[in-house]
Design a protein around this ligand. Structure first.
Ligand SMILES: [Zn+2]
Length: 502
């Protein structure tokens, strides 16, 4: 007999209903999710990462809640921006977009963004695009003019529902276009006739390429079916992109098809301003990962709710950006990794077997599930992790009055659950020693610490201690502290780290 896996029901904020609602799956136990991915014509920046992390957190949360998730994220590998950029830089558009798509995935991996289950590209879905455009023409939703094909917005009365506008309001807002080939200024392109020198494909309307919006309608129906569970993307995509996707897909497949729930994430703000090239606050993923490590950005993101706008504190000091928000996130993370390392050292290979643990240690997993099941409340999970970390450190520091085996088992349990719950939001996935070593290397570089001098002093201190010259050993500890170096005497010997500013 087939057994259904136990899944935790969840609620989510649906942008279409403008309310939180209970999720009802199309297929029991399964979630089909589509996320609009990048247009790959330049290196990915922090805004791209923020959106990718938000929905990767949703995906990981759903998996943690027991759901079987099919996660589709597309790559727009041909469009106006790509062609323009390729011409400006004298490159082949498709080779250039393939290069930036590979870089995008490398960058996202630094933020623990998982590879999608399916990652379709426009250029490998031309046939599917043509098929849907043909259907839209056949049923009167679209018309071809001189090799271009347009969607006739007035033929789809629900247009504007997602963004909360009516067709008449949109009509008033649309500028009067010189292009008289369109029946109406608000009609949009489904297929674009090729201009000389542009990549193009054969179609019933001559050589050309897809308009931007149609690809998502073609890819969703191909990989998730005409009706699927969740569609997600940045808030900036609601209009016109998602509005147009709905018009195309429901125009082709009928009312009630396409996405059943819509998720949109909030924006990063920089001192109240939006990110923009002119303000000089567009930071590339490379820059972030080098300055604070990728996981710090991940931790920063999951410390905020995916729908809230988030203030990002970065200041340019002496020509170099200081990512204060991320430095704070990195300090928190380092606290967690230090705790995990201490737990591992304490528990060792002996996991102390089965048996009771302190009841406070049993809360983390259920608390995390509850938080994630309520519109993916990752910040609440972070708060529960802080509480568990505090409990672990208390038990590590002091075991008075607690049964030795219970103490060991409780710490083992906290270590295991911190990793599991961390994984549900994409943090604490590294080996603590690796994270802490890399962090020290970054701080050594940033603060220009002379490692050879530190190690020399450590040797001196070891010798002083061997001679029981504790006055000298303490003096060296103070000298190192003055250099910004903190000593950690562990069962495995003396280690050191860069002291945190606060
Ligand atoms: Zn899309």
């Amino acid at each position: 007999m087939l057994q259904t896996k136990a899944v935790t029901p969840f609620r989510l904020y649906d942008s279409m209903r403008r309310a939180k609602c209970a999720f009802e799956p199309l297929v029991p136990g399964k979630v089909g999710m589509y996320v609009c991915g990048p247009t790959t014509y330049a290196p990915a920046h922090i805004g791209h990462a923020y959106s990718a992390i938000a929905f990767d957190t949703v995906r990981r949360s759903l998996t943690f809640l027991g759901w079987d998730v099919t996660y589709v994220r597309n790559v727009t590998d041909i469009d106006d921006k790509i062609i323009k950029r390729a011409h400006e830089t004298n490159q082949d558009p498709l080779a250039m977009s393939a290069h930036f798509a590979a870089e995008y995935n490398r960058d996202m991996a630094r933020f623990n963004v998982m590879t999608p289950s399916i990652e379709p590209k426009v250029t490998t879905h031309i046939r599917e695009v043509i098929a849907i455009v043909e259907r839209l023409i056949a049923n009167g939703h679209a018309y071809a003019v001189d090799g271009d094909v347009y969607y006739e917005v007035r033929k789809f009365p629900p247009y504007g529902k997602l963004s909360g506008q009516t067709i008449d309001e949109l009509e008033d807002g649309a500028r009067v276009e010189v292009d008289t080939r369109k029946k109406d200024p608000i009609d949009f392109a489904l297929w674009k006739r090729a201009k000389p020198g542009e990549p193009s494909w054969d179609s019933p309307w001559g050589k050309g390429r897809p308009g931007w919006h149609i690809e998502c309608s073609a890819m969703t129906v191909t990989h998730l079916g005409a009706t699927f569970d969740i569609h997600a993307g940045g808030k900036d995509l609601i209009f016109p992109h998602h509005e147009n996707e709905i018009a195309q897909s429901q125009g082709a497949d009928g009312e009630g098809t396409f996405a059943r729930y819509w998720l949109h994430n909030g924006f990063l703000n920089f001192a109240g301003e939006k990110m923009s090239k002119s303000l000089g606050n567009v930071f590339n993923c490379d820059q972030i990962a080098e300055a604070v490590g990728g996981e710090a950005l991940r931790f920063f993101c999951v410390s905020h709710h995916y729908r809230s706008p988030v203030d990002f504190d970065v200041q340019v000091i002496d020509g170099a950006p200081r990512f204060f928000s991320l430095e704070a996130a990195d300090r928190s993370l380092s606290g967690f990794y230090t705790t995990l390392q201490r737990i591992d050292q304490f528990v060792g290979d002996n996991t102390a077997g089965e048996g009771a643990v302190l009841p406070e240690a049993e809360k983390l997993v259920p608390d995390a599930k509850q938080a994630l099941a309520e519109d993916f409340n990752a910040p609440e999970v972070v708060a529960a992790m802080h509480a568990a970390g505090k409990l672990a450190n208390k038990l590590l520091d002091e075991g008075k009055g607690i049964d030795k085996q219970v103490r060991r088992r409780t710490l083992a349990r906290l270590g295991k659950d911190l990793r599991a719950v961390g994984g549900a939001i994409g943090v604490l996935t590294q080996d603590p020693a690796t994270y802490l070593r890399e962090r020290r290397e970054r701080l050594v570089k940033a603060k220009q610490i002379d490692v050879a001098a530190v190690e020399h002093k450590l040797g001196e201190r070891k010798a002083a201690r061997a001679e029981k010259n504790f006055t000298r050993a303490d003096e060296i500890r103070r000298e190192l502290a003055a250099m910004g170096v903190e000593l950690l005497d562990t069962p495995a010997g003396t280690d050191w780290r860069i002291a945190d500013a606060d």
